[in-house]
Design a protein around this ligand. Structure first.
Ligand code: DGT
Ligand code: CA
Ligand code: CA
Ligand code: ZN
Length: 598
């Protein structure tokens, strides 16, 4: 499998770190993923490799703690047979899996690390290891510096360039963590603190509360009757690897995953002030404090005070802090000093879209390409989320690794969908496709195949390193194609793994506005693509946005809120987002082939 042209599959590998459900589930998922990689390195049977990948997905998607399942319940899980159930039981009983330890013996950990480098698959990693004795990323960097890679078969200058880029991307990615990793962890910690009975009010603050796409650390604020007790609980949580500091008002720990968590205990009457202060961002706070000074007030993490005499006028709630400055409450996602304070003063703050406004998901995969479930299962999960519709958008034939659909299989799927819609009330499945924009800009299916669809989502899955001119040629060709409704993950970035390809976003949006084509905010937590700034730009250009999960496993429907957060950070309102519309209005707004441009 070529890992670079297969973003959806590739993204799965990191799924294991995105679920906050159970530490055990995550650990087993991670081991299964690594076993799959080790088997791939050894060039073993693809079906076995796929079995481990699927099992990892399913472990990660499990809503229950695996340790609580009986043997029968285990083997009843999709993709878990006797053999894998045995391995899970072995891990639960002994904390290790012999097969995994055995595989690791033959392959240095550093080689496994190298697989995390974008642009470097198992084949090359094995080649470097066998031929050049490269055992780690450090070794690899040295070999690149010494120029020894270039002479190898199949390794061009461009390959080396890409590997170099990949290494720097990984190194950068280690200091800030993706929101999809820190938010579930933060919420898990909040739950533990509350359940212990030692914490009163408990909130996540900092960049996570603002839903920034990456975070430097986790900031948590609590009120407590006994600071000592809550600090005791905090520093003894199972995720804690090291305690950096333990005090009466502040403690800091590092988790096993290397994430710092700060816990602050604050007095009840200052909780709102502290929450406001530690939510930030810093520039937003500086602006507020300047405003306070001009009003003869003092604003800090303890409260808001009248200047002569220091009389407290607020601080118990965050609302009181903003009220003291004659401001309406500013949602945390807007607190980036991007004009939100002026908008608040002018009474023009946007009425931000919220998760409850979302009526359906327009980018969804099934088993017919690289999803995990059949249509019925996907629909049942969507209905359970309270949705009114989904669009099924499987990959197209050019994406062989994802078992993409050709015209014939797409027609079969459409029939299936028609059949399902006929016997369903109160839910509509839209016929769609995620059509591959080929490297020359042509679409991967005939116009005729597209003309019968309700929605065509177009996206790039190859040639990420092309120059701006070629990338734009492809994107603009897709936007101008009369059948295309939405451009999915328009910049192709994967946070901490792959930079965006070279998109001229304003040119893309200008053309999209002209043709009524929407842009996706892909809600997959490592994509978030469009990002918040692009979302704001889309609004300014009058381009509608669709917030979609790109789900491959039903649990990923739950990622929708990440996409909504990006939209909120981009100042989007309900009316800016297509999938807040009821299905009839949606179909009228969506551009598709039945309404050709004149
Ligand atoms: P991060 O952790 O890098 O993702 O970003 P933040 O925004 O969570 O930053 P962090 O954890 O350093 O501090 C949390 C908040 O505390 C920050 O957003 C605003 C506030 N804060 C921190 N240091 C200062 C400071 O020197 N001045 C002011 N006014 N506020 C600060
Ligand atoms: Ca922080
Ligand atoms: Ca902090
Ligand atoms: Zn997709």
């Amino acid at each position: 499998m070529n890992r670079v042209v297969s973003p959806c599959l590739r993204v799965f590998v990191v799924n294991a770190v995105l679920s906050g459900c159970s530490v055990k589930n995550q650990q087993i998922a991670r081991i299964f993923d690594e076993i799959a990689e080790l088997l791939e390195l050894k060039g073993e049977n693809v079906f076995r490799i796929r079995a481990y990948r699927r099992a990892a997905q399913n472990m990660d998607n499990l809503s229950k703690d695996v340790a609580t399942l009986s043997e029968k319940e285990l083997t009843d899980l999709p993709g878990i047979g006797k053999d894998l159930a045995g391995k899970i039981a072995e891990y639960l009983a002994t904390g290790r899996i012999a097969k995994y330890e055995e595989l690791k013996k033959d392959i240095p950990v550093g080689v496994l690390e190298m697989l995390k480098i974008p642009g470097l698959g198992p084949k090359k990693a094995k080649q470097f290891h066998d031929k050049l004795k490269i055992k780690s990323i450090d070794d690899l960097e040295k070999a690149i510096a010494a120029g020894t890679l270039k002479g190898m078969p199949g390794i061009q200058e461009k390959t080396v360039e890409n590997i170099k880029k990949g290494i720097s991307l990984i190194k950068r990615g280690t200091d800030r963590k993706p929101l999809g990793r820190v938010l579930p962890l933060a919420e898990d910690i909040v739950r533990r603190l509350k359940e212990s009975g030692s914490a009163g009010k408990t909130e996540v603050a900092g960049s996570i509360r603002r839903r920034k796409e990456t975070a430097g650390d986790i900031d948590i604020l609590v009120t407590a009757e006994s600071a000592e007790k809550v600090m005791e609980v905090f520093t003894n949580m199972p995720h804690v690897d090291r305690v950096l500091a333990k005090g009466d008002t502040k403690s800091s720990v590092i988790t096993e995953e290397g994430i710092q968590v700060d816990l602050r205990v604050v007095p009840e009457e200052s909780f709102g002030a502290a929450l406001q202060y530690f939510t930030g961002n810093k520039e937003h706070n500086v602006r507020l404090r300047e405003m306070a000074v001009r009003k003869g007030l003092k604003l800090n993490e303890y409260g808001v005070f009248k200047v002569p005499g220091e009389k407290r006028i607020g601080g118990r709630t965050e609302e009181e802090m903003y009220e003291a400055l004659n401001l309406p409450f500013i949602p945390p996602e807007l607190r980036e000093d991007r004009g939100e304070i002026d908008a608040a003063l002018a009474g023009t703050l946007p009425d931000l879209v919220s998760i409850g406004d979302i009526r359906g998901d327009l980018h969804v995969h099934t088993k017919m390409s690289d999803g995990s479930h059949d249509l019925e299962t996907v629909v049942a999960a969507a209905r359970k989320k309270g949705y009114e519709y989904i669009a099924v958008t499987d990959h197209t034939k050019g994406l062989g690794v994802a078992h993409g659909l050709d015209e014939k299989r797409l027609a079969e799927q459409c029939k299936l969908i028609d059949g399902l819609n006929e016997k369903t009330v109160g839910f509509r499945v839209l016929k769609g496709t995620e059509i591959d924009i080929r490297s020359d800009g042509r679409l991967d299916l005939s116009d005729q195949a597209l003309s019968g669809l309700d929605i065509v989502v177009a996206s790039i899955h190859s040639g990420f390193n092309q120059d701006r001119e070629q990338i734009m040629k492809r994107l603009l060709a897709a936007v101008r194609h009369p059948c295309v409704s939405v451009i999915a993950h328009p910049t192709g970035r994967i946070i901490g793994e792959r930079d965006a390809y070279d998109v001229d976003m304003e040119a893309l949006l200008r053309e999209a506005a002209k043709h009524g084509v929407a842009m996706e905010i892909n809600a997959y937590p490592l994509r978030l693509d469009l990002n918040d700034r692009h979302a704001l730009l889309a609004k300014q250009y009058g381009v509608p946005v669709a917030i979609c999960t790109d789900m491959h496993v039903t649990g990923q429907f739950d990622f929708m809120h990440y996409g909504v957060s990006v939209a909120r950070r981009g100042w989007l309102e309900k009316k800016d987002v297509l999938n807040t519309l009821p299905v009839g209005a949606l179909l009228k707004r969506l551009r598709n082939c039945r309404k050709r441009d004149s």
